[in-house]
Design a protein. Structure first.
Length: 101
């Protein structure tokens, strides 16, 4: 998959990149290698230019990303999984789960 221009515009200075990779086996015995990219964002009314995350927060976010990707992919076959990718169900679930960290 290629990044569209709206996804490429998310990469900015002072906003760290958090990546997670995992190999998952679906119910149809397909092995998928999934990659997830996340960014930190500023809080409301934040004045400081940077929005760095502590290394422990980064590890928690990455752990949550891997957990959600494994749960979503291992519980369905390839056709259902692709149907989940199109409306970005997995991405929204990851964003919701990691927003409190």
């Amino acid at each position: 998959m290629d990044f569209t221009t709206d996804k490429l515009s998310l990469v900015r200075k002072w906003h760290p990149l958090i990546e997670a990779h995992v190999d998952v086996k679906t119910t149809g015995n397909f092995t998928l290698r999934m990659c997830c990219i996340g960014f930190t964002k500023k809080r409301d009314r934040q004045v400081k230019r940077t929005c760095y995350a502590q290394s422990s927060q980064t590890r928690q976010i990455r752990r949550k990303m891997v957990e959600i990707m494994v749960n979503q992919a291992s519980s369905c076959d390839l056709k259902e999984f692709v149907a989940k990718l199109i409306p970005e169900v997995i991405g929204k679930e990851i964003e919701k789960a990691t927003s409190s960290i």
